[in-house]
Design a protein. Structure first.
Length: 279
């Protein structure tokens, strides 16, 4: 009798930690030179939180702050606020689902700067909310040195966020980034001057920020909007719209339903038809 195909649903999907361990075991057998690394970072731990504290400590520890010390306050953060680990799991899934170069969970967990910088920020943000601002700034500095990603510890970032490549990303103090956002290298969420107070962008859910995009000032980019690569955005962008250019202007509304998940960086054909673009 023929077997029915299994329907994969969120209820039957392999948990991220189980999949990560399985992939690490396979990688250790396939590449013995990395077996000790895979065992130390992933296979010797019982859960995602423990493995992540070890990995962050391994990356961030230096002469001023030993790895074990860094691991202790990361563990404190995860224990105090379990939603940090839930966000990390969602981030890991986002990388795997949206990056065609990603072959599994082991790659981003071990090597991807964007993922590791984001998890460092989640710990530094927890420290910030606990009033431990100096240590939070220290982590920001280390993340900038190690991963080339500079996120102020006060910035608020949702879950399921994909930071691709990471290099050169800057996110300011009062910026807010919603769930399921994707951003590429060179993105800046910055201010427009030396003013204090609430001065940075508010990025809605499911927004796609292309490589080198600059969004400046206390403006809102609506849910599921798309900012084209290299654009400089100085005015609000409505939900489901695309902004492109320097300075940016709206070029097509609506954009695709979930640009951050499809990673579709193209523009509508009507945009090219309206200009002087010739193939």
């Amino acid at each position: 009798m023929a077997k029915h195909l299994e329907v994969v649903t969120p209820e039957t999907e392999t948990p991220v930690w189980v999949a990560l361990r399985n992939q690490a075991e396979h990688a250790a057998k396939a590449e013995p030179a990395l077996a000790s690394l895979l065992n130390a970072v992933i296979l010797s731990h019982d859960n995602l939180a423990d493995a992540l504290t070890f990995q962050l400590a391994r990356k961030l520890g230096d002469q001023e702050m030993r790895a074990m010390t860094a691991r202790e306050f990361a563990a404190d953060a995860f224990k105090s606020d379990p939603s940090i680990v839930e966000a990390a799991e969602a981030d890991l899934k986002a990388v795997f689902e949206r990056d065609p170069a990603c072959k599994g969970y082991v790659q981003p967990f071990l090597f991807f700067k964007g993922f590791l910088a984001l998890q460092t920020h989640r710990v530094s943000h927890w420290l910030w909310t606990e009033g431990r601002e100096t240590l939070a700034f220290y982590l920001q500095s280390r993340a900038s040195e190690v991963f080339q990603v500079d996120i102020n510890p006060a910035a608020k970032i949702g879950k399921g966020v994909f930071i691709d490549h990471g290099t050169g990303i800057v996110i300011g103090e009062t910026a807010v980034v919603g769930d399921d956002v994707s951003m590429l290298h060179g993105v800046t969420l910055g201010g427009t001057g030396a003013e204090r107070g609430d001065r940075h962008p508010k990025i809605g859910k499911g927004v796609l920020l292309g490589a080198g995009a600059k969004v400046l000032g206390n403006i809102t980019v609506g849910d599921y909007a798309k900012i084209a690569s290299g654009s400089v955005v100085l005015r609000p962008v409505p939900a489901h719209c695309t902004a492109a250019g320097v300075p940016a202007r709206l070029v097509n509304c609506p954009t695709c339903e979930e640009p951050a998940k499809t990673m579709d960086h193209t523009l509508a054909e009507t945009v090219y038809a309206a200009g002087d673009y010739v193939i």
